[in-house]
Design a protein around this ligand. Structure first.
Ligand code: FAD
Ligand code: NAI
Length: 475
């Protein structure tokens, strides 16, 4: 007799485990199935985000930033160090420990919320009267039945045709987070979020990093002004970029990787590097899910087809996170997970896709919410812009990090904030104020009139809001 649950969640990443917890809070009996294994073969819930994504990348970004500060900027503060060394094994070990703390934390949270956790692969078996029967293949095969099923199976790195990941020379995000020694030369294909973050880590530690990008421009999703400022800063730091490339062949040898490509002028070029990170986007993952057993519809990209509320084509089957349309971000997955659990409970779960923040954790950090200036221009909406540089912010000067600015875009007539774009120190934290403001449909004037602590980076936010009305006080 198969165990019966109100809700079964397949996938224990940020979309899945959060959906499971919220459903349990709402009084349902909940199972969560996740197949990720730690290096001892035990459960490692948290998905891509915890194991090979958000968390480990931020751990390495932090370590490498400390190294960069110690190597190049401590002198400004009168601190001198001799014999500065970077022990990559310790850095990677620390990163692994941070990941494990998160895995353990999620197992604890599932237990605390009385979610039954299954370590193994979940697959649809058939539709039954009580809902859907699933098989869990792990240490032992089990069969469980759920009235509702939430699929949160995430995504995998996209491979470059003819260059399969071997995680030794040709690395996905997984291998990029496990490099055991600083490579002398590192190639990165794709100047998107992963390319910039992982390229920065290894550049800070001494690798010569070359980033090859297919598109002619840089960071098209970001506001053009922000992208321009960031590119200037990254180039100054030593990251090398080639835009408009067309890769024709990737060959590996014992020594490294050879990438043949045509550059923007159409000239044939070869890049020889010790290792190559391929970060050209991610593809939805439904491996082993057996969607055909129940007729679950996928689109041509392999994503599960859902409506605006994460309903699939099947009654009581939902899907959230990277496996469905929309930005592949952990916080988007979480919000969808919560909203679905609430909808199952008959509540009005809601995700506002217009106020999902983006953050790139490079130095300077890049963060934005809402529309870019180029999007507003294209839509023909009349807007006003205001910008304030960190150079004129006292706290940024004290920190010794004055790169970048805060930029506000507001409706020309109503002054409603339409977008906020930040490049500079702690942009990841500063953006939260803009998200709150936009959720409450605030005007730039609202932010301009709020008292911000002095000296703080957040004063640059207030000043950028003042700049919309051309009345900055400190610039
Ligand atoms: P996932 O996190 O991928 O989780 C899916 C889980 O389901 C996995 O554990 C998988 O093993 C499991 N699974 C799949 N199929 C089955 C099955 N059939 N049975 C059982 N289990 C199954 N986003 C941010 O917002 N901020 C960041 O800073 C950030 N940094 C990133 C850095 C990197 C290097 C990468 C690769 C991604 C990063 N992301 C970041 C994106 C973020 O990781 C994803 O958007 C997020 O993990 C998606 O969550 P999810 O729950 O949809 O899927
Ligand atoms: P991405 O979509 O951010 O960037 C991919 C880049 O590769 C693009 O610039 C694209 O034009 C380029 N590209 C595509 N094909 C190419 C080719 N054949 N040759 C050269 N360039 C090519 O994807 P990325 O960096 O792999 O990250 C995947 C996703 O993971 C992100 O979109 C994001 O959703 C998530 N992520 C989020 C982070 C964050 O929130 N801080 C950090 C890292 C990842």
């Amino acid at each position: 007799m198969s165990k019966q649950f109100d809700v079964i969640v397949i996938g224990g990443g940020p979309g899945g485990y959060i959906a499971a917890i919220r459903a349990a809070q709402l009084g349902f009996s909940v199972a969560c199935i996740d197949e990720w294994k730690n290096d001892k073969g035990g459960p490692a819930p948290g998905g891509t985000c915890t194991n090979v994504g958000c968390i480990p990348s931020k751990a390495l970004l932090q370590s490498s930033e400390h190294y960069e500060q110690a190597a190049h900027h401590f002198g400004d503060h009168g601190i001198t160090l001799s014999n500065l060394k970077m022990d990559v094994a310790t850095m990677v070990g620390r990163k692994n420990a941070v990941v494990k703390q998160n895995n353990d934390g999620i197992l604890y949270l599932l237990k605390k919320n009385k979610v039954t956790f299954f370590h193994g692969r979940g697959a649809f078996a058939k539709a039954v009267e009580a809902g859907y029967e699933l098989t869990v293949s792990g240490a032992a095969e089990e069969s469980i039945t759920g009235k509702h099923v939430i699929v949160a199976t995430g995504s995998n790195a996209r491979q470059l045709p003819g260059a399969a990941f071997d995680e030794d020379r040709i690395l996905s995000n997984d291998g990029a987070l496990r490099i055991g020694a600083v490579p002398k030369t590192l190639g990165v294909v794709g100047s998107g979020v992963i390319g910039l973050e992982m390229g920065s880590v290894w550049r800070r530690l001494g690798a010569e990093v070359t980033i090859l990008e297919a598109l002619p421009g840089f960071l098209g999703a970001a506001d053009e002004g922000v992208a321009k400022e960031a590119l200037k800063a990254f180039t100054k730091q030593g990251l090398k970029f080639e835009f408009g490339v067309k890769i024709s062949e990737v060959k590996t040898s014992k020594k490294g990787v050879s990438v043949a490509y045509a550059n923007a002028k159409g000239e044939a070029v070869t890049l020889d590097v010790e290792r190559l990170i391929v970060s050209i986007g991610r593809v939805p993952n439904t491996t082993g899910l057996n969607p055909d057993a129940v007729g679950l519809k996928l689109d041509e990209r392999g994503a599960i087809v859902v409506d605006g509320e994460c309903r699939t084509n099947l009654p009581n089957v939902w899907a959230v996170g990277d496996v469905v349309r929309g930005p592949m971000l952990a916080h988007k997955a979480e919000e969808e997970g919560v909203a679905v659990a609430e909808r199952i409970a008959g509540q009005h779960g809601h995700v506002n896709f217009d106020t999902i923040p983006w953050v790139i954790y490079t130095s300077p950090e890049i963060a934005w919410v809402g529309q870019t200036e180029q999007q507003l221009k294209a839509s023909g909406r009349a807007y006003k812009a205001g910008q304030f540089p960190f150079l004129a912010n006292g706290r940024a000067r004290a920190l010794g990090d004055t790169t970048g600015f805060v930029k506000f875009l507001a409706d020309a007539k109503t002054d409603e904030i339409l977008g906020v774009h930040i490049v500079g120190p702690f942009a990841s934290e500063l953006i939260a104020e803009a998200v709150v403001a936009m959720e409450f449909k605030a005007s730039a004037e609202d932010i301009a009139r709020i008292c911000h602590a002095h000296p703080s980076l957040s004063e640059a936010t207030k000043e950028a809001a003042l700049a919309v009305d051309k009345r900055t006080l400190n610039f």
